[in-house]
Ligand binder design. Structure first.
Ligand SMILES: Nc1ncnc2c1ncn2[C@@H]1O[C@H](COP(=O)(O)OP(=O)(O)OP(=O)(O)O)[C@@H](O)[C@H]1O
Length: 231
């Protein structure tokens, strides 16, 4: 198991916890979709796994991970290449040649080579998001925590991201991905965790979700709609 989550309570105030009684796990080679309406608690779940939620009761067992944030996070004073250099200095890996070769490949893949020595503050939103992808894939972690990754990416970049996720999965990584892009999630995720109002509604394959929502051939969106009706 790469990730085992048992949240009894988590949130931003002790009196009104955002999440309650949420249990799930992610195994090697699995892409698990974390879905739910706005404000359902997806980001709070990801932050709980990362250990940055103040009010927390429960147990999280998590391997070393790479995080792809919903909104780009970077140091304004460092160029993209300096971020890559800095990342190398924080990793246990000693194979410098392989690391920097991979950095060049990823920059090339996401069309960022020409921007490598520029400051990310001046990048477009999509370029900043692609920079997050490059840094995450460079970590070569066994577990990926991905929070709404498609925002701001052009269709080509989305396709490349999906290919990279598939590649990592084939290589045995586990991925937890929160997203609102349900038609894509339906195509690529092995399982889903549907939350609403901070509670688990259902977890399982699309077929499990179809059964529960009584929609035999329903799309993930139809099932989502049916199961979050009172939202
Ligand atoms: N920093 C914060 N302080 C206080 N409350 C917060 C904070 N961040 C989120 N919340 C609240 O926690 C609840 C869950 O928010 P969260 O961001 O986890 O939802 P989400 O499912 O990721 O939503 P979205 O799809 O809109 O990104 C919301 O009611 C939100 O207002």
């Amino acid at each position: 198991m790469l990730l085992s989550v048992n949240i009894q309570e988590a949130g931003y105030s002790r009196q009104f916890p955002t999440l309650k009684n949420l249990r799930f796990s992610v195994s090697p080679g699995e892409l698990v979709g974390l879905i739910g309406p706005n404000g359902a608690g997806k980001s709070t779940t990801v932050k709980s796994i990362m250990g940055i939620i103040h009010h927390f009761k429960g147990d999280i067992d998590v391997n070393e991970y790479a995080y792809i944030p919903e909104r780009p996070i970077f140091y304004a004073q460092l160029t993209l290449w300096e971020h890559i250099d800095f990342l190398f200095s924080t990793l246990a890996t000693t194979d410098e040649t392989a690391f920097f070769q991979k950095a060049h490949e990823l920059l090339d893949l996401f069309n960022l080579s020409a921007a490598a020595h520029s400051y990310p503050e001046r990048f477009s939103k999509g370029m900043q998001q692609k920079m997050m992808l490059v840094l995450a894939f460079l970590k070569q972690a066994k577990l990926y925590l991905v929070d709404e990754p498609f925002m701001g990416l052009d269709p080509k970049a989305v396709k490349k991201l999906l290919l990279k996720l598939e590649e990592e999965k084939e290589a045995g990584a586990g991925i937890l991905m929160s997203t609102h892009v349900l038609d894509t999630a339906e195509k690529i995720c092995d399982r889903f965790i549907l939350i609403s109002g901070g509670k688990l509604i259902v977890q399982g394959t699309l077929n499990d979700i179809r059964k529960l929502s009584h929609l035999k051939n329903g799309s993930l969106l139809d099932c989502f709609d049916a199961l979050t009706e009172d939202y």
